[in-house]
Design a protein around this ligand. Structure first.
Ligand SMILES: NC(=O)CC[C@H](N)C(=O)O
Length: 379
């Protein structure tokens, strides 16, 4: 357990529309830019910080106390913190948990992540809900200048719309996550920003997962003789992604499962559009309905874009009929797609749900079932 004793420097958060919040430096001292988004998760800050889908985003935590359980070595979803910046109201002064190895403040500092604390995160969240996600800068210590000069710099930062980021976060080299217990299937997983829990959830079901770089070719995807192909979550704008591998997988009717960015890419490969939500869904208590069973599940989300597909009609696509399988009950956003004539489906949210809840874990079983059925057909 470590207690942070650094005297916090003054810091300022400047939004692209000119709104300014003042606070104290949290984590590294310096400056950072990104897209301001808020997460409503009350737990799981380590999983949030290390989710590669947050690359280039400054995350505002609506939970008022952050860092209470410190930082452990078990919960990260990848090898580093990916958020571009971190905004909290009231950080823990003395973390306490049996697994804690160091304080969150120290971890953010060690990884060079600039944050700000002492911010009225409720006011900031309400502002982002009213005005939408937008660019932001956090500045501390020597980086402080007059607000107008800082605002000018925020307005020069890159936008999230049009950002092609998968290759910046994905593995450069392929690797294999072995099946736990008897191996039943092989899956080629395209790493567009994959979280560690995802291959683990597949491995638990007897799947050997070949994780491939985002830029893998069709030949590389099929090299391991996969029973199925998986499309991961990931940062950036889905409109920028190359769809040729996904189209080839659909063409061959190889079982396909996509999560989050993967859902958006499947949607685009089918001919649907994607669009930017006003402020997105980020948290671990979003109600989603599975329209096949009518069941409502409480789910983990992190998305700023969504698929534009008709909710109440079956659509004709180049790969046969498709329908919206899941919908968010808060705002009717498309949360899942299913093909009726080929073995492919996807969800916009996170069944691997590293910080929980685990209501949606059945989707990995559906993928297994799809591979079993397809295997039986081919045999
Ligand atoms: N978690 C994800 O895969 C996010 C997908 C995409 N970058 C979005 O913001 O919508």
């Amino acid at each position: 357990m470590t207690t942070s004793t650094r005297a916090a420097e003054p810091a300022v958060l400047v939004l692209e529309d000119g709104r300014v919040f003042r606070g104290r430096a949290y984590g590294a001292v310096g400056e950072t830019f990104g897209e301001a988004v808020f997460s409503t998760g009350m737990t799981g800050y380590q999983e949030t910080l290390t989710d590669p889908s947050y690359h280039r985003q400054v995350v505002v935590m609506t939970a008022p106390h952050v860092g209470n359980t410190g930082v452990n070595d078990e919960d990260p979803e990848s090898s580093r913190i990916w958020v571009a910046g971190y905004v909290v109201r009231d950080p823990a002064r003395t973390p306490s948990n049996w697994r804690s190895r160091r304080s969150l403040d120290d971890e953010l500092t060690a990884q060079g992540v600039v944050g700000i604390s002492g911010v009225d995160t409720r006011a900031l969240t309400r502002h982002l809900r009213e005005r939408g996600a937008m660019r932001v800068g956090i500045f501390s210590a020597g980086a402080l200048a007059d607000d107008a000069a800082l605002l000018a710099r925020v307005r020069q930062a890159p936008q999230m719309t049009g950002a092609d980021l998968s290759a910046e976060v994905a593995t450069a080299e392929p690797y294999v996550v072995p099946a736990i217990g008897a191996k039943r299937f092989t899956v080629a997983a395209l790493d567009l920003g994959i979280k560690g829990m995802t291959p683990h959830r597949m491995a638990q079901r007897g799947i050997e997962v070949h994780v491939l770089p985002a830029t893998a070719s069709v030949e590389e995807v099929y090299a391991a003789g996969p029973d199925g192909v998986f499309l991961s979550n990931g940062p950036g704008d889905p409109a920028t992604a190359d769809l040729s591998v996904i189209k080839a997988v659909l063409e061959r009717s190889t079982p396909l499962f996509g999560i989050c960015f993967g859902n958006q890419l499947l949607g685009r490969a089918l001919g649907f559009g994607t669009y930017k939500l006003k402020y997105g869904h980020r948290g671990i208590n979003q109600p989603v309905q599975d329209r096949a069973t009518g069941k409502v599940e409480v789910t983990a989300h992190n998305h700023g874009f969504a698929v534009d597909a008709p909710l109440d009609a079956v659509s004709d696509t180049p790969y046969g009929r498709a329908e919206v399988s899941h919908v968010c009950l808060n705002d009717d956003v498309v949360e899942g797609l299913r093909l009726l004539d080929r073995p492919a489906f996807s969800v916009q949210y996170h069944p691997e749900a590293a910080a929980g809840p685990h209501d949606a874990a059945y989707l990995f079983d559906r993928f297994v079932q799809l591979m079993a059925e397809q295997g039986a057909k081919r045999a």
